[in-house]
Design a protein. Structure first.
Length: 402
């Protein structure tokens, strides 16, 4: 993990243990764009630096934690295995799953074996089951993912493991379709992991990919720096995704950018088939992030101003994920972090963990701070969290977004 030296919440310096070249073209010629400083969570400092490859235009994190830190994060702090009911699947995720199935259905036979890499609690596999497919397998690093997939959907072939373990745990050589939805943006060893996965596939197997579309990062309303989460360390446009897959010997058979609900980045889908040799020499026409960085900076400034203008002497932060990991250093820089008296979160995997100098408490513990204003540190779930707090506690609530 990155090593961050602290004075309370104030970050003095971050030492990044790993440097990596461009995951798409392997060039080491890059321009620095942004330093994403984040407060450590559970002892893991996931800070990184975002760069732009000067040779192919790909945007990615170049200075970042070791791979072991990411593995520990997904193993210990996961948010992908806490689903308790199918009724809690978000409407936006239902749209994403429907788009994935619709993209693949015309190209699959009825007896196709489908494997979902990074399947979480199995919702996408269940969507394929509902559409008529029965040979379904999955893998996810979250410890409870297998049990959740079985309990929620009756899926019995979901394994616990990381991408590089898939060849040992899944029948890759029999697969007609490999699904990688919301996966590629997470992988610190992107090319290595994909090469290991592809090595065991038969030549007719297709690969379906979904990633956040960098072409749509500036669509408003947006969360300031929201694409630079604890987990997302590469940022794909249609062109850069096509080039990555071409480097691996695959070409696009079908694909689209799917519009999602307001405040959620649209999804880039691609269905790829093997074609050797594929053409990786594509024109350099990068989708830059400067407009996104400028807009994010302006919006984050407004967020900090909102907190400064709150005259409460005590603040409790509701949320201990990526939003708070980014927010706390900004609050420290504005000299308002000392007003924080507690941090709470609803994710059971985070309870008891440290975020900076605070131990994450349950929302049930909010009663111990009767005089504090509760700051809702979330963009997408702000209203739901505020409504939940308002029903149970009399504390003033501070929303950070209109």
């Amino acid at each position: 993990m990155a090593l961050t030296l602290f004075s309370d919440e104030s970050i003095v310096t971050t030492i990044y243990p790993r440097h990596r070249p461009c995951p798409v073209c392997d060039s080491d010629n890059a321009t620095h764009l942004y330093t994403n400083t984040m407060t450590p969570i559970g002892g893991l400092d996931m800070s990184y630096q975002v760069v732009n490859c000067a040779d192919c235009g790909f945007i990615y994190a170049s200075e970042l934690p070791e791979s072991a830190s990411y593995e520990a994060y997904y193993r210990e702090l996961s948010k992908y295995d806490v689903m308790t009911s199918t009724a809690k699947i978000r409407p936006v995720d239902q749209v994403r799953m429907a788009a994935a199935v619709n993209l693949c259905v015309p190209h699959l036979t009825a007896d196709a074996l489908i494997i979902d890499i990074g399947c979480g609690h199995g919702a996408l596999l269940n969507a394929f089951h509902t559409a008529g497919w029965a040979c379904l397998y999955g893998i996810d690093p979250a410890p409870e993912a297998s049990a959740k997939a079985n309990a929620l959907f009756g899926l019995q072939n979901v394994q616990t493991g990381i991408v590089r373990q898939a060849p040992q745990l899944l029948p890759l050589d029999q697969a007609a379709l490999i699904c990688l939805t919301g996966v590629l943006e997470h992988l610190p060893d992107l090319r290595t992991d994909l090469a290991a996965l592809i090595k065991d596939l038969n030549h007719r197997a297709m690969i379906m990919v979904e990633v956040p579309a960098s072409e749509r990062f500036t669509r408003t309303p947006l969360e300031p720096y929201g694409e630079f989460s604890l987990e997302h360390i590469q940022y794909f446009s249609t062109q850069s995704l096509d080039r990555l897959m071409a480097e691996l010997g695959y070409v696009r058979k079908a694909g689209e950018i799917v519009a999602l609900s307001e405040g959620v980045t649209d999804s880039l889908f691609g269905l790829f088939v093997r074609q050797e040799p594929a053409t990786a020499d594509m024109p350099y026409n990068p989708v830059g992030l400067q407009d996104y960085l400028t807009l994010s900076g302006q919006l984050m400034g407004q967020v900090i101003d909102t907190i400064i203008q709150c005259n409460a002497r005590q603040l409790v932060i509701y949320g201990a994920g990526s939003h708070s990991a980014r927010l706390l250093p900004k609050m420290a820089a504005a000299c308002i972090a000392e007003r924080i008296v507690g941090i709470v979160d609803g994710n059971p995997n985070l309870l008891g963990k440290m975020i900076g100098r605070h131990q994450v408490c349950s929302s049930a513990d909010l009663g111990q701070w009767p005089d504090a204003t509760i700051v809702v540190s979330s963009f997408g779930a702000q209203d739901a969290i505020a409504e939940f707090i308002g029903r149970q506690f009399p504390n003033p609530i501070l929303r950070l977004y209109p």
